[in-house]
Design a protein around this ligand. Structure first.
Ligand code: BEZ
Length: 403
């Protein structure tokens, strides 16, 4: 951990205790008001991400790639030194508000970055809508964050859950599949990812034979695989990610289904987990806003630099972290590090053009990426580009008043 990075322990802290400490700090700074007009030298970035549990690898790749992007530009934001304060959110929605308050109210971070899990992200959204802190979401696809609960201070650098799944409907329909079983974890991301697929598939005339959902983060799939075998659909579409995706793909193969009932998913099924899945993942088709072999120079350089810095391979989570870092660099340069100039800061973010390893993208009015979705295939243990499944796809942003 660098000298300017601190981790807050995940011990329980009540909102009242946090607010009490914050009130005392506010009173002290009011007393000193004539002497605190200058910007504090260091800009505080709060990182609320999973550093343990089924999504730990995702949180680590986001963190390391974000700091890589900032360090490539000298390690400062808008000319100011950066202090990172980390909280492990454990992908635990019930602790989401409390963990967010530790950073927003307790630490008074200037910018908040987080998180991976949609349920935790919704708790963060609620807090920053009240407190006005600028929030950058580097993964969690919860539709409401850039839909009904969108706000000028909330930006997502990743995707909405609907986005990567919707284009797979046409791919599967064109391959001749008409009767499909879906399967996921039962939580916002799973429901919305399956919803995106179903929107497209039923509009084309396809039929959903059965929706199966297991509690998050359970990995007891056997009984459901037996049911799928007996239902005999043309194909199966799933949303799983991280450790759960490894287990699901291996179990599907071990149950003898891979060769008889083709398996498809949004690309989280095979991103960052292929080494652990081994031959069980061979041949899987998925759709996502990134694939490792995109032939653009930014992707080539990023892949090499990330490997050098971490000894790990890039994946979609690293790309999203890198783009979060790029956005911070651009926007804070535009306001010369003055995070108090919120409308100028948010305007700089809204108008940013991100030259990403995934290809160039811009923000929609709801502040979610408008981006290409790629069809990928696992070949010899790697995700390989097949085609653009949907060019410049924007989330419908239902209910967003910014749009
Ligand atoms: C989510 O909870 O939004 C999510 C988690 C992992 C991968 C993709 C989405």
């Amino acid at each position: 951990m660098s000298p300017t990075t601190r981790s807050l322990m995940s011990r329980p802290v009540s909102r009242r205790a946090v607010l009490g400490g914050a009130a005392a700090a506010a009173a002290a700074s009011t007393l000193n008001a004539p002497f605190v007009l200058a910007q504090p030298a260091r800009l505080k970035v709060g990182l609320m991400l999973p550093y343990s549990g089924t999504f730990a690898a995702l949180g680590n790749n986001i963190t390391d790639a974000m700091t890589l992007a900032i360090n490539e530009k000298g390690g400062k934001l808008g000319g100011r030194e950066v202090q990172y304060v980390r909280v492990d959110d454990e992908s635990e929605p019930s602790k989401g508000a409390q963990n967010t308050n530790k950073l927003v109210v307790g630490e008074k971070v200037d910018i908040l970055v987080g998180t991976v899990h949609s349920g935790v992200a919704m708790a963060m959204v609620q807090v920053v809508r009240e407190e006005g802190t600028t929030l950058l979401i580097p993964n969690a696809g919860a539709g409401a964050a850039t839909g009904a609960l969108c706000a000028a201070n909330i930006f997502r650098t990743s995707f909405s859950n609907w986005q990567p799944s919707f284009p797979m409907a046409k791919v599967m329909y064109d391959l001749g599949h008409r009767n499909v079983v879906t399967m996921t974890w039962k939580y916002a991301a799973g429901d919305e990812a399956i919803g995106g697929f179903k929107d497209g598939f039923t509009a084309l005339g396809g039929k959903i034979v059965k929706d199966i959902a297991v509690p998050f983060p359970d990995v007891e799939f056997q009984a459901h695989l037996t049911e799928i075998a007996s239902l005999k659909p043309d194909a199966v579409f799933v949303f799983f990610a991280g450790g759960g995706a490894v287990k699901f793909v291996k179990d599907y193969d071990a149950a003898g289904l891979r060769k008889t009932i083709p398996l498809y998913g949004s690309g989280f099924l095979t991103d960052g987990v292929l080494k652990a899945q081994g031959p069980a993942a061979e041949g899987l088709l998925t759709t996502l806003h990134y694939v490792e072999d995109l032939p653009n120079p930014v992707n080539r350089k990023f892949s090499a630099d990330f490997k050098k810095a971490t000894t790990r391979d890039v994946d979609v989570y690293a790309v999203q972290g890198y783009d979060t870092g790029q956005l911070l660099v651009q926007a804070l340069d535009a306001v010369k590090g003055d995070v108090r100039a919120k409308s100028a800061l948010h305007a700089a973010m809204r108008n940013a053009k991100i030259i990403s390893p995934r290809g160039e993208w811009t923000f929609s009015k709801a502040q979610n990426p408008v981006q290409d979705i790629y069809l990928r295939k696992v070949v010899n243990g790697e995700n390989k580009y097949q085609s653009v499944a949907h060019k410049g796809l924007a989330d419908p942003a239902t209910g967003c008043k910014l749009a």
